[in-house]
Design a protein around this ligand. Structure first.
Ligand SMILES: [Zn+2]
Length: 77
């Protein structure tokens, strides 16, 4: 790998450039992306769990409404 500031060839895994003294940050730059991806996956599963909850409540609501309608129609009819 090469220093992105001065172009000096660096040892693999070097943290600082021995030529210009700057911190070699390319390796650290990848970490936030991985973390972001992890958060996105987590948010996706949270959204899915929320969607499942909404579906369950909606189904329960429709079932309750339907049984109430049947009961009313039984007494009215
Ligand atoms: Zn350098």
């Amino acid at each position: 790998m090469y220093c992105k500031y001065c172009g000096q060839q660096l040892a693999e895994g070097a943290v600082f450039c021995h030529s210009c003294g700057r911190k070699y940050v390319e390796k650290k730059k990848k970490e936030p992306d991985e973390k972001k991806e992890f958060i996105d996956v987590k948010a996706y599963w949270q959204n899915l769990a929320f969607f499942k909850k909404v579906c369950f409540i909606f189904t329960f609501f429709v079932a309750a409404l339907w049984s109430a309608l049947l009961t009313v129609s039984f007494f009215v009819g």
